[in-house]
Write a protein that binds this ligand. Structure first.
Ligand code: FE
Ligand code: CA
Length: 529
């Protein structure tokens, strides 16, 4: 097909300027909105509308979601007129956008913050593509994405990274800088993409943050500002620009430790659900998700399944939206009767049924649960072993036992659990009964540390160096390092490399592999590589 270049596009300069100007550079906005309906031809920007970059996600064998959001003035309400705007897109087989394979026009609707979600299909499986947007004569940076192998394919190898917990004010995204340079097929984000708490004065980055961006978000406008602040980061943009992301959320996309319709302050459910609706919409607006995931009021269907031929199936879970309130308070505590109430849920009955049926039917070699919270029974030290984290799977022992017993009995092929949330690296064998030495190992878990959250010096270093003796199912713990985990899987072996950022206060920090682990096909449990 002949090259279609955005013929009137002003090349690169504007997007480059936006890329480098960073936070605090508040651009002016004079749009052609005053001419009435801002059709493609009439819209004129005097600031780059692609300042939040581009992204792609939820790949299929024949398609992927392309994302951007038009925001010439991201930290001041976006800077767009109150009308819908047309955005052109094109996807190419080469990095220079010479061989265009598809193109089209999408609508950046004002109601969705002028975000753009293009669901491309008709692509070839298991290959890279490049894409670009254009609006008002301005072109976006070029992004790269990748389709999944065909459903019937027998892929030899798959590589991905998983990440979580990227508190903006806790440091720089050196982990993303490093990840963007790795040979990977995709990235899985396990939640805490933003943090909702007020941004105080303890900001471990240069630059200033305006007061209206610091406030704890409760409204849609405020959540949009929080995503905008995060997405202005060049290293986060770089990671999104080179790999498709498969995302799920944890609590901080809405509010710390929230459970379904309950926040941590016990606000009336109706009031909190309004906030949740705003938070979910802002999440949808800023993530490369499909229309099927679009929120409906305070509800948003996020759990879903992605396949990579017969090599791997990813069950992406949502352990926040449907869960029973944490038992006996949100903090760590001893078992209490409420803990053991069989009616309490974490995934919720519909999602649990969906998960178990999917695992039962799966023909994939590696069956991944991509989810938020640590599943292994876990205490940071021996003296805490009679207490349990009420916000993680330890706080939902009945549902956990149901899942682990299912794995023991039905034996889906090689279950691997991924977790975020804890800001620690924890590598574990998962057992039907963690307190019984002879209880069989039924799955393996990799909990990955934070991109930044927790910062460089945890409050009490002692609390973050664990004595895991006496918990033989726990094989490795590191509560200090920030970073991410990359995984390479083939037909025989799952290999996880834990990457540690040397100094999270330095955007250029070295990132090194601090520990490597494998799981062998057909043999549940982790082993040192
Ligand atoms: Fe977190
Ligand atoms: Ca969390």
């Amino acid at each position: 097909m002949k090259n279609f270049d955005f013929e009137h596009a002003m090349h690169a300069q504007m997007s480059r300027r936006g890329f480098l100007s960073g936070v605090g550079a508040v651009a002016g906005l004079a749009l052609a909105a005053r001419y009435g309906c801002p059709s493609l031809a009439q819209l004129k920007y005097d600031a780059n509308p692609f300042r939040l970059g581009v992204a792609s996600g939820d790949p299929l064998p024949d398609g992927v979601v392309l994302w951007t959001r038009l925001t010439p003035d991201p930290l001041n309400g976006g800077g767009m007129p109150a009308q819908d705007v047309a955005v052109r897109w094109q996807i190419a087989a080469d990095a220079n956008m010479r061989t265009i394979v598809q193109k089209g026009t999408a609508t950046a609707s004002a109601a969705l913050g002028h975000s753009v979600h293009v669901e491309v299909n008709g692509l070839q499986p298991a290959r890279f593509y490049w894409y670009q947007f254009e609006s008002g004569g301005v072109v976006s940076p070029i992004g790269r994405t990748r389709t999944t192998p065909a459903f019937t394919a027998r892929p030899e190898r798959l590589r991905f990274a998983f990440v979580s917990c990227q508190s903006w004010q806790n440091g720089y995204y050196a982990a993303y800088r490093h990840l963007a340079g790795q040979d990977l097929d995709f990235v899985v984000h396990l939640g805490d993409y933003i943090y909702e708490s007020r941004i105080g004065d303890n900001i471990k980055r240069s630059g200033t943050v305006p007061e209206h961006v610091r406030v704890e978000p409760k409204t849609l406008e405020q959540y949009r500002l929080r995503y905008s602040l995060y997405k202005l980061d060049p290293h986060l943009q770089a990671a999104h620009a080179v790999l498709p992301f498969i995302v799920t959320w944890d609590d901080h996309e809405v509010e710390n430790n929230y459970a379904a319709s309950r926040d941590q302050n016990g606000s009336p459910a109706a009031e909190f659900l309004q906030r949740r609706a705003a938070a979910y919409q802002a999440y949808y607006e800023h993530m490369p998700l499909r229309r099927a995931n679009m929120p409906k009021g305070p509800d948003m269907m996020l759990y879903r399944r992605l396949s990579f031929g017969d090599l791997a199936q990813f069950n992406v879970l949502d352990t926040r939206q449907y869960r029973s309130d944490q038992a006996c308070g949100d903090k760590r505590g001893p078992r209490c009767p409420e803990n053991l109430d069989p009616s309490r849920v974490l995934m919720g009955s519909a999602q649990e049924k969906w998960l178990l049926q999917g695992l039962d039917r799966s023909a994939a070699r590696w069956n991944v649960l991509a989810q938020q919270i640590i599943m292994a029974q876990f205490a940071r030290k021996a003296s805490l072993r009679d207490t349990f984290g009420m916000d993680s799977w330890d706080g939902y022992p009945i549902e956990r036992a149901r899942l682990l017993n299912f794995l023991a009995q039905r034996k889906p092929s090689n279950p691997i659990v991924l977790a975020g949330d804890s800001h620690t690296n924890l590598v574990s064998d998962l057992k039907a009964d963690f307190d019984k030495v002879d209880s069989p190992i039924v799955a393996s878990e990799f909990a990955g540390t934070a991109i930044t959250s927790g910062g460089v010096n945890p409050k009490s270093a002692e609390a973050y160096t664990s004595d895991i003796a006496g918990q033989p199912h726990l094989k490795y713990f590191d509560g200090i390092k920030r970073g991410y985990v990359s995984c390479t899987l083939d037909r025989k072996t799952w290999h996880s490399d834990i990457h540690g950022v040397e100094n999270v206060l330095d955007a250029g920090s070295p990132v090194r592999i601090s520990s490597s682990w494998v799981v062998e096909n057909g043999k549940p449990g982790v082993q040192r590589a």
